[in-house]
Design a protein around this ligand. Sequence first.
Ligand code: ADP
Ligand code: ZN
Length: 210
Amino acid sequence: MNLILLGAPGAGKGTQAEVICDHLNIPAISTGNIIREALKNGTELGLKAKSYMDSGALVPDEVVIDIIKERLSKDDCQNGFILDGFPRTVPQAEALDAMGVKIDKVIDIEVADEKIMKRLSGRRVCQECGASYHIDYKPSKVEGKCDKCNGETVLRKDDHPDTIKERLEVYHEQTEPLKDYYAKTGKLTIVEGQEEVKDTTALTLKALEA
Ligand code: ADP
Ligand code: ZN
């Protein structure tokens, strides 16, 4: 199954992507994680992306389209994949179509902006493996340490309140039109993000079966 997860930054796409990854045994592909990894390793891609990302802007379409092209060509995508954070603009969605990638389902996770502000400022992300936590809703077992790899969990630079506001603006302007784009193909299912992760998860799994 080829899936896309849509939603505002902080809507919980990453968490749901992990759930689906375990459930269907297909890889979850996060362009954000790929870019952060490149940044950490100081690659050319990382250098190109840094200023955009830090300010809450989107990285240019051609850069992320290249990332996705390369990633989807790997063997582990043969039986399907989950895209988390791509596409984020209409031209990115068009590029995916142009690559001949068939999408089975698009799940859009809806969460109000005010909730997102609160969620993202409490989010902590593992510097090593990218796993994501929340100080109130999903704390790691040991504060500041990743459950999975024992790496250090930190507040992302772009999770500071001013940058969150900017990212939400960018979302409404550039990413939200994708709801229409995929509604027109009949592939879109909307999931209302819940207070508790497990409740959202139940809705996501139901959406997969529908
Ligand atoms: P979130 O969903 O929490 O905003 P991501 O980790 O998906 O976080 O993305 C973080 C940042 O990485 C974005 O703000 C943007 O700068 C960049 N990025 C990730 N995916 C894309 C994309 N598909 N197009 C453009 N920029 C992207
Ligand atoms: Zn980790």
